[in-house]
Design a protein around this ligand. Structure first.
Ligand code: SAM
Length: 255
């Protein structure tokens, strides 16, 4: 039987690797390296650095995998196009695993942050297993995701006593503040959705490249710091060519 690990490698700092993750790394023969296009060179480098640092025997290899292009302009219906693209991704993962991993070997996907947060690897492997054409067993190793890293670096709990936390995307936030939500963690926001929040008395805890040497943290009342965050994003994007940032939005407690 083939065995596959989905290993959460943390959201930037190699020290985020867990002992469970390191044990799994050391059992791997083949590391699958999907090239997602949006995945930046620096992120791939971190994966290789983690292997070099934490694996004791250099008997493993990397298998690089080109992913199908995602052209959302191709079809007028966004959902149809996403479904089509996902099916192509699943098919290419299946081919890749079948070709690169022999029976009895162990493979791994090194997932940025935690595999349970905005990552499609589990879903893709489940889709392959459901087709019943390729047999393997898989195990998920949790990692320190951007959500936990952001909270730790700002030294702020995600919720106050008894409150809920909602993790969402910039695209969803643009549709308005979710009903009854008290604390929102916003990820995947390429369009600065925080600028269009109409609620007053909101605090923001923003972080870019959290856990890396390029980390930037800004916090304060949203109305006061929104422009500063937008300027920092713009400068960072120009400097690095890309940005990964997340933020916690919280309604301030009524006195
Ligand atoms: C595709 S999601 C992957 C999330 C990942 N599985 C996790 O647990 O962090 C990518 C988003 O995660 C967030 N992110 C990942 N790493 C980050 C970091 N070091 N600093 C700030 N945000 C980060 C950003 O919102 C980015 O758009």
């Amino acid at each position: 039987m083939r065995k596959i690990f989905i290993i959460g490698i943390g959201a930037g700092d190699p020290d985020y690797m867990t002992i469970q993750g390191i044990k799994a790394l050391n059992a791997v023969d083949v590391f699958f390296m999907p090239d997602k296009g949006a995945d930046k060179d620096g992120l791939q480098k971190l994966r290789r650095d983690i292997c070099a640092r934490f694996i004791e025997k250099a008997t493993y290899r990397f298998a690089e995998m080109r992913m199908p292009e995602r052209d959302i302009r191709e079809l007028p219906d966004y959902k149809d196009n996403i479904d089509k693209w996902r099916a192509a991704v699943t098919a290419s993962y299946e081919r890749f695993i079948a070709e690169e991993l022999t029976d009895g070997q162990c493979g791994a996907f090194l997932v940025w942050g935690d595999p349970a947060i905005y990552d499609g690897t589990m879903r893709i492997l489940d889709e392959i297993l459901a087709k019943d054409s390729l047999a393997f067993d898989y195990e998920v190793i949790p990692g320190i995701g951007a959500v936990q890293a952001l909270a730790a670096r700002h030294r702020v709990p995600l919720n106050r006593i008894g409150e809920s936390v909602q993790i969402t995307t910039g695209r969803k936030l643009e549709a308005g503040w979710p009903q009854d939500a008290e604390n929102l963690v916003v990820m995947l926001d390429g369009r600065q959705a925080y600028e269009r929040v109409v609620e007053t008395d909101v605090e923001i805890f923003w972080g870019a490249y959290v856990g890396t040497e390029d980390e930037i943290l800004i916090a304060g009342p949203l109305a006061d710091v929104a422009e500063k965050i937008t300027a920092a994003r713009e400068t960072a994007r120009q400097t690095h060519g890309w940005i990964m940032d997340s933020y916690l939005l919280r309604k301030r407690e009524a006195n």
